[in-house]
Design a protein around this ligand. Sequence first.
Ligand code: XLS
Ligand code: NI
Ligand code: NI
Length: 434
Amino acid sequence: MTTFFRDIAPIAYEGPSSSNPLAFRHYNPNEMVLGKRLEDHLRFAIAYWHSFAWEGGDPFGGQTLVRPWHPQNRMETAKLKADAAFEMFDVLGQPYFCWHDADVRPEGDSFAESLRNFEEIIEYFEEKMASRKVRLLWGTANMFSHRRWMSGASTNPDPDVFAYSAATVKTCMDATHRLNGENYVLWGGREGYETLLNTDMGRELDHMGRFLNMVVDYKHKIGFKGTILVEPKPQEPSKHQYDFDAATCFGFLQKYGLENEVKLNLEQGHAILAGHSFEHEIATAAALGVFGSIDMNRNDYQSGWDTDQFPNNVPEVALSYYHILKAGGLGTGGTNFDAKLRRQSLDAEDLIAAHVGGMDICARGLKAAAAMLEDGGLEAELQARYAAWETTEAKSMLASDFDTIFADVISGKINPQPKSGRQEVLENYVNRFV
Ligand code: XLS
Ligand code: NI
Ligand code: NI
């Protein structure tokens, strides 16, 4: 036992009228929504990096958070950090967690030493997981923090770094497989560029495509049944990230023959950075058949960078889950809180309250989304708007050609009459549910 969370009891559902900051007011894991438990809809995960590895630094100052598991460069403290992490999982009762290799183990002096450290921690996790319900949603490799990745991982101009990246991902996939992870994620933090003056973009994209094919081959070779996920992000840290958004990623997957093997892990804040709404990214991925999982957070809407705050906007979250439910739900994916405290939020209670609030917001959002689906108002409006496409005339027009269509238009048989798009009516409709 660490002493970090000592006074905090497991969080209970107390209902909307509760004023206890450490109780769920909307997230009741056993509540049935559309015939399924809320916990099984939302599939919450805690991100090891933000909650346990991040020390509170920002571009202007270093560490503000002081934890019993600091400094993080020793095996002893890595185990203490794992103890605290699992204690928090016991407090929150969420079903999943996620990690990068670099969050959980100290870096060694060689690849082999880093791997020994990593494997020891994975074994430690395995022991802890044996007596708990918490499972691994996904593992991933941090190939962006250490200086060796500064010019990219699989897209590095140096083939030795491609090799180091391949060996690193192999070890992270092995560890994910060993812990029965349900997905494996690749976020290309340094897969992009700062200037074309020193970058051969076509070659880098080919290397990234080859690398992802190796990931998929390895998945099949070891019999990993989870989903391989790529996480789009448009900028930060590279000025031009190759995995810009859902549509860009789909084009990339298709070019390298991976659209049936790889899906997307979409993040709220990344969607906004790309100039989209989160529901746009979800609907795009769903329409293209590559929706996988979500990283839930929010950015500060004034500062314009990836602030990774906890979500707090029910109407936004509701529309996101609406499109997720329409797409058939999260599947092997989940709702991973890729979110961190503000650097002044020093206490264990802050960390718990942040997740309690995030889980409640998501629960409210999902319930509102389910209510809209059950009511069917938006679907009915959509059907009405596209109803003319169901007529035999429209269907045969679609199967004809320009000359046939031209004949109908020039004869005056076709003469379009504009109809209202009813946006305000629809916005008012949504407002009844959120
Ligand atoms: C960074 C990304 C990262 C991925 C995992 O912006 O969101 O946290 O989710 O590497
Ligand atoms: Ni992010
Ligand atoms: Ni993320």
